[in-house]
Design a protein around this ligand. Structure first.
Ligand code: C5P
Length: 310
């Protein structure tokens, strides 16, 4: 048997952002168990890095370092591994491809920031290049949607309106750059558990299921003071019900001068919009000193989705 020839390059690195939801409107569960959404995603400058290295055929492995690394599964539950396998099964010759992935995490695990989904998106992009598959972006997007509701947005980035279960995307008409302070929780929240609690608290979901016009107008203006009061998340009551202390975090951020506060996605990360970089520094210092959350990060958005780095 002829030994497989490693392609050139033998290793590829991809940087991928976290997302926050500026609006998240949720309908009642569909027959497949997923909830129909009307959401506005924004990619922010908190990045994970995924490296894909040539490995023997049919060998798929992953190592993880950084934020929350010890809680990330290393088996087939890992979204980066699932992404690599899905790509190899769909477009590779039978069992001819393998990869060793390493993930450097800065995005908290189970934080409502699409950390796992972003790793899946990065692995798709990295492996497509490593294996020289020369796929049109539309094919990668199809696989991304198969992997998870937030994976297509992690590939796209920017600011986008999402529908379906979150995987159908249209870039948003948004101006400007926004300064955010993210407050990380002490404990993660399971996305399915938050949706289950949402169903208990609000079984009929939101009507009508649409992104608020006020938010879209505010984003077109590019004025953070108009965007702040428009932030909205239907999952927030469910996240607060599961972690009541989050209310203190949201209140503290507003008291210390945020223009708006919202739990991101299924939480528990709280996102605070502020007017400037200086305001972001002030709010980060105040929240850290208050001790109301585990850690704070200053980020800006929008930023691009998963991209190769050299
Ligand atoms: O799509 P993803 O695998 O990220 O979803 C994780 C879980 O979140 C799903 O299994 C489901 O319980 C819940 N979910 C949902 N409706 C959505 C997105 C996610 O109920 N639109």
């Amino acid at each position: 048997m002829v030994a497989p020839v490693p392609p050139n390059p033998v290793s590829v690195r991809v940087r991928v952002p976290a997302k926050i939801n500026l609006a998240l409107k949720v309908g009642p569960p569909r027959d497949d168990g997923f909830h129909p959404l009307a959401t506005v995603f924004q990619a922010v400058s908190l990045f994970d890095e995924v490296q894909a290295e040539w490995a023997e055929p049919d060998r798929f492995e992953v190592t993880v370092s950084g934020e929350g690394a010890d809680t990330v599964p290393l088996d087939d539950q890992n979204l980066a591994i699932r992404a690599a396998r899905l790509l190899a099964d769909t477009y590779g010759q039978q069992d001819s491809l393998g990869v060793a992935l390493s993930i450097k995490k800065s995005i908290p695990v189970a934080g409502g920031l699409a950390g796992g989904s972003s790793n899946g998106a990065a692995a798709l992009v990295a492996c497509a290049v490593l294996w020289d598959l020369d796929l049109p972006p539309a094919k990668l997007r199809e696989l991304a949607a198969e992997l998870g509701s937030d994976v297509p947005f992690a590939m796209l980035g920017g600011t986008a309106v999402g529908s379906g279960r979150g995987e159908e995307l249209v870039p948003a008409l948004a101006r400007g750059s926004y300064h955010w302070v993210l407050a990380f929780g002490h404990h993660g929240l399971s996305t399915p558990a938050v949706y289950r609690r949402f169903d208990e608290l609000q079984p009929s979901g939101t009507h009508p299921l649409e992104v608020p016009a006020g938010l879209m107008n505010a984003l077109r203006s590019g004025d953070a003071t108009q965007v702040g009061p428009e932030l909205v998340n239907d999952l927030q009551p469910a996240a607060l019900n599961l972690q009541p202390r989050l209310q203190q975090v949201l209140d503290a951020g507003m008291e210390y001068g945020a223009l708006g506060a919202v739990v991101s996605g299924s939480g528990p990360t709280c996102a605070f919009l502020v007017a400037s970089e200086t305001a972001a520094v002030d709010l980060s210092v105040a929240l850290s000193a208050d001790g109301v959350c585990r850690a704070v990060r200053r980020v800006v958005g929008p930023v691009p989705g998963a991209r190769l780095i050299t």
